[in-house]
Design a binder for this molecule. Structure first.
Ligand SMILES: C[S@@+](CC[C@H](N)C(=O)[O-])C[C@H]1O[C@@H](n2cnc3c(N)ncnc32)[C@H](O)[C@@H]1O
Length: 238
């Protein structure tokens, strides 16, 4: 009986090809199959763009997996199940599969949702995660701004769901990293201003990409439509 391949979630960092780890490059090079998440609608995979800027892929099998940008859990589950079936097919042939993901594979990444589906279809498969440099580490480095010191509390939260939870985070933590800010930027600027935290806050878009942008005066962002790959970092005590 063929031993199943290993399923890797490989973090490729936030954008700058110099921020891919040596381990990620080794695992991607040696895996028979490169699994590439794409958002439905065919937008180019940002993770693949990073890998292409960092290393040659030389005729490796690439498996494009489509995931909808939706909050509909049935549609999300169906796409994950379908992706897992394609991955498990390769694993059952004994091929290692490297699923590439922006930043770190265990932080707001499709990889963590895929793990149980893949395990269900290929129970003997070993699953490994290769950590990546997160988007917020790259964003903080652009100032550079400390995210935490001594006994401070840090919260990472997406703004795409419940803004009351973001408000709560602002009152509780010393540093709040707000991801997925693109659709709520004006409301977030208000929340931050109302909490008296505008001074220690900054906005970063596309950290590590040629389009990289850093804005320290949040008022400049009002009325704008930021890119999906944008975040806010709010710091108290600055
Ligand atoms: C689904 S989360 C992915 C997080 C990723 N796994 C990580 O470790 O950073 C997507 C969000 O990460 C943030 N993001 C990812 N790449 C970024 C970049 N290069 N610059 C700024 N924000 C980025 C944005 O807030 C985006 O909406």
């Amino acid at each position: 009986m063929t031993r199943p391949g290993i399923f890797y979630g490989v973090g490729v960092g936030p954008g700058d090809p110099e921020l891919i780890t040596l381990k990620a490059i080794r695992v991607i090079s040696s895996a028979a199959v490169l699994a590439i998440p794409k958002s439905e609608g065919g937008a180019e995979s940002q993770a693949l763009a990073i890998v292409n800027r960092a290393m040659p892929l030389d005729g490796k099998e690439t498996l494009e997996l489509s995931f909808p940008m939706t909050k509909d859990s049935a549609a999300l589950d169906a796409s994950r199940r379908q992706a897992a079936a394609l991955i498990a097919e390769r694993l059952c042939r004994g091929q290692d599969v490297a699923f590439i993901t922006l930043g770190d594979p265990l932080l707001y990444s499709t990889f963590s949702y895929l793990m149980p589906f893949v395990k269900e279809l290929s129970p003997d498969t070993e699953i490994r995660a290769v950590p990546g440099i997160t988007s917020f580490s790259a964003a903080a480095s652009l100032i550079p701004a400390a995210l935490a010191e001594t006994d401070s509390k840090v919260i990472i939260i997406p703004a795409a769901y419940d803004l009351d939870r973001v408000k709560e985070a602002l009152s509780y933590a010393d540093t709040v990293v707000i991801l997925k800010v693109n659709r709520a930027i004006d409301k977030l600027i208000d929340l931050i201003a109302d909490a008296g935290l505008s001074k220690g806050s900054f906005f970063v878009s596309r950290a590590g990409w040629p389009q990289e942008e850093v804005v320290t005066n949040l008022e400049e962002l009002r009325g704008k439509k930021p890119d999906y790959f944008s975040m806010l970092i709010v710091r108290k005590n600055v």
